[in-house]
Write a protein that binds this ligand. Structure first.
Ligand code: C2E
Ligand code: MG
Ligand code: MG
Ligand code: MG
Length: 280
């Protein structure tokens, strides 16, 4: 349509396409450089048990410390990394680094907790994923029960027939598998009950938007998780009222700004120390 219009319109259209394309190429090159030059970092957001009030886990969240643009959040580059296939190498780094750091905390004597790692679709469907996970656990010395892999509903519910097998083999290793952003994708109840999933993560949108509409949904997700023998965690908890509601409904765990933002490792160490002091 635009092509049929007069000169200037068409030019604007064309130049904005090529600008976007150039920006993408630049970012792709920069992402490769970032991996090579150690510009990626993991921040960790603690997860609290609502019954014991203790830190029981943490989610590893990727940050790109760009040399001139400072920190770039994952939503701005994961998509491109996925498209270009770079996500495999980046994801390998994330997995290894998260396991290494978690083992380091355990070796320092802090209460052992799980680390959750987000997997993208390409990573989850790659051949040899289970062997890779096994190798990383062996190399870093982390016990499999302290690693959790997060996948989304859409990734779990596709028709790929090796998914069930991948999940079972991960569970056999002792690794946990959780469903991230639960409630925002397509879930089939039929699959939910047969997949060896250990935990549902209720998407933050149900926690911190529209309480009057969403509380009923949150309640049902909590009850369903428990009937299916899964744990359930609420993401994006920002207020005391949200926390009280989740406690009343017997949600197992919470993660959100109310307790803590994602933190660089040194800062999470301080939280572990504070918890350790308070137990003495
Ligand atoms: P996610 O896995 O659902 O991670 C939770 C996101 O919610 C994080 O955003 C976190 O900072 C944010 N968040 C936590 N608590 C609160 C809260 O109380 N309120 C609000 N408004 N937000 C909260 P972040 O770190 O920007 O990550 C965004 C997404 O990028 C992640 O969503 C995940 O899908 C993806 N991602 C992050 N790291 C990785 C990675 O290593 N690999 C892959 N494949 N994806 C990643
Ligand atoms: Mg996640
Ligand atoms: Mg999420
Ligand atoms: Mg997500």
């Amino acid at each position: 349509v635009i092509k049929e219009k007069q000169g200037s319109h068409y030019n604007i259209f064309e130049s904005s396409i090529s600008e976007n394309f150039k920006a993408m190429l630049t970012m792709e090159t920069e992402l490769r450089q970032a991996l090579k030059h150690g510009q990626f970092e993991l921040h960790y957001q603690p997860q609290k048990s609502l019954s014991s009030n203790k830190i029981v886990g943490m989610e590893a969240l990727l940050r790109w410390k760009h040399p001139v643009k400072a920190y770039i959040p994952p939503d701005e580059f994961i998509g491109l990394a996925e498209k270009t296939g770079l996500i495999i190498d980046i994801g390998d780094w994330v997995l290894r680094e998260a396991c290494r750091q978690n083992k380091l905390w355990q070796d320092k004597g802090y209460q052992p907790v799980s680390v959750s790692v987000n997997l993208s679709a390409k990573q989850f469907y790659q051949r040899g994923l289970v062997e890779k996970v096994k190798d990383v656990l062996r190399e870093t010395g982390l016990n499999a029960k302290y690693l959790e892999l997060e996948i989304t509903e859409t990734m779990a519910m596709t028709n790929e027939d090796n998914i069930m097998d991948t999940m079972h083999r991960l569970r056999q290793l002792g690794v946990k598998v959780s469903i991230d952003d639960f409630g925002t994708g397509y879930s089939s109840f039929k699959y939910l009950s047969v997949f060896p999933v250990t935990k549902l993560k209720i998407d933050k949108m149900f926690i911190n938007e529209n309480p009057s509409q969403n509380q009923a949904i949150v309640k049902s997700i909590i009850h369903m998780s428990h009937s299916l023998d899964m744990k359930v965690i609420a993401e994006g908890v920002e207020t005391i009222d949200q926390l009280k509601f989740l406690m009343k409904e017997k949600c197992d765990e919470m993660q959100g700004f109310y307790f803590s933002k994602p933190l660089p490792p040194e800062k999470l160490t301080k939280l572990f120390q504070a918890e350790y002091q308070s137990l003495k």
